[in-house]
Design a protein around this ligand. Sequence first.
Ligand SMILES: [Zn+2]
Ligand SMILES: [Zn+2]
Length: 194
Amino acid sequence: MCKYFLVIFSWTLIILCSTCFYWFFSKNLIEKWKFGKIFLISDSLIFLLVIINFLLVMCLDPGYIQIEISRISFVENGDFCENCRIYRPPRSHHCKYCNRCIEIFDHHCPVVNNCIGKLNYKYYFTFLLSLFLHITLIFFICVLHIWTSNNQNSEYLCSWILLGVSIVSGIYVFSLLYLHLKLIFLGKTTREYN
Ligand SMILES: [Zn+2]
Ligand SMILES: [Zn+2]
C-alpha cells in the first residue's frame, strides 16, 4: 500500500466534510440561531487548530537522535542501535519506517506518515483533542438540523452523510484520545504501554 494513502485519505476527509459543513450550515446557523455566529467563530478556530497541528505533526522532526551528540553523551548508559550505529538515550527506539532512532518514541503514525516522539507529541495530542471537538460540534449540529428540518432538501441529505461520518470518525478519534489521556496520566509512551 502506498505510504501516503492514509495521509491523503485523512486530509481529503477532514477538508471535504468541513467544507460541506460550513457550506450548507453557516447561513442557517447565523439566521436561525441566536448563538450561531459565536458557535461558527469558535468552531472555525478549533478547525484552524486541527489544520495547524496536523501540519506540524507531519512536518516537524519527531526527535531524531543526532549522531554527533549520541556518540558523546550516551556511550555509558544508552543502548546501541545496530542500524544507525549509535548509542541512544533511554526510552528511544529505532523506527523501521523512518529508519532513524527517535527520542522518547511513542509510535509511527501512518495517518501523518511520521513518527510521534519527544518533539511533536504535544502537537499530536492537540491535533486529536481539537479534531474530536470539531467532530462533536458537527455531530450536534447535524442532529439538530435533522430534528428540526421539515423539508428533505440537499442540506437534509448532507446532514445524514455528515452524521454518519462524524459517528464513525468520532469513535475512532475518541478511542485514540482516551488512550493518550491514559498514557499521559501513567507517564508512558504507546510502545512502553503495549
Ligand atoms: Zn536507529
Ligand atoms: Zn517512523
